[in-house]
Design a binder for this molecule. Structure first.
Ligand code: ADP
Length: 213
């Protein structure tokens, strides 16, 4: 089974992917994390992606699609797509790539979160440099300041979590990614979940029920 999570930056896609992966043995395919790994390894792809990511805008579709196509050669089921596709062209490309491999997206989950909540979450977000898990300066403090509870890694603020970049990312999401909700509704794959006020654990329970896992 393959699942796609669609939600604005800060909607909780990453946290939820991690919970589903652990409990149901899915593998998370996060294009944001793949790009960041390429950036740290200073690959050609990373250098290209970096100029877009630091501005908070999307990496071009052809670059992103090619990276995902490569990934799907080794694994194409039991995946949670986190942050891909984000444009209609990417969605169409993914449908084609999966069908070429006799696979498909089974469920598309739209995590709906109000803009005020997103802003508050993103502006306080801290991410572990090593395992990428998220914490929050006020709502989910680590036990030791700036140190990851899980592996002792350093917690950092992502460059694109600065306020001006956050605004750009939310605008880009509304313009380019939210049309995907209708695209998948028309394919009868859409599951809508309210991601506003609940804790990550409550949200996870609700989603597991909605997906009948
Ligand atoms: P968030 O969902 O919080 O914005 P991500 O780690 O998923 O964080 O993405 C960070 C950045 O990586 C995006 O702002 C964009 O520049 C780039 N990116 C990730 N996924 C895609 C994609 N599918 N298409 C284009 N750009 C992407």
């Amino acid at each position: 089974m393959n699942i796609l999570l669609i939600g604005a930056p800060g909607s909780g896609k990453g946290t939820e992917s991690e919970l589903l992966s652990k409990e149901y043995n899915f593998t998370q395919l996060s294009t944001g994390d793949l790009f960041r790994t390429n950036i740290s390894n200073k690959t050609k792809l990373g250098l290209k992606a970096q100029e877009y990511m630091t501005k908070g805008i999307y990496v071009p579709d052809d670059v992103t699609n090619d990276m995902v196509k490569d990934y799907l050669q080794t694994k194409n089921s039991g995946l949670i797509f986190d942050g891909y596709p984000r444009t209609l062209d990417q969605a169409k490309a993914l449908d084609q790539m999966l069908s070429d491999l006799n696979q498909k997206l089974d469920y598309v989950v739209h995590i709906d979160v109000k803009e005020s909540v997103l802003l508050q979450r993103l502006s306080g977000r801290l991410v572990c440099e090593v395992c990428k898990r998220s914490f929050h300066k006020i709502n989910r403090k680590p036990k030791v300041e700036n140190v990851c509870d899980f592996d002792g890694g350093k917690l950092i603020t992502r460059e694109d979590d600065q306020e001006d970049k956050i605004k750009v990312r939310l605008k880009v999401y509304n313009e380019q990614t939210s049309p995907l909700i209708n695209y998948y509704r028309e394919q009868n794959k859409l599951v809508e979940v309210d991601g506003n006020v609940k804790s990550a654990i409550d949200f996870h329970k609700e989603l597991v029920e909605a997906l009948k896992l």
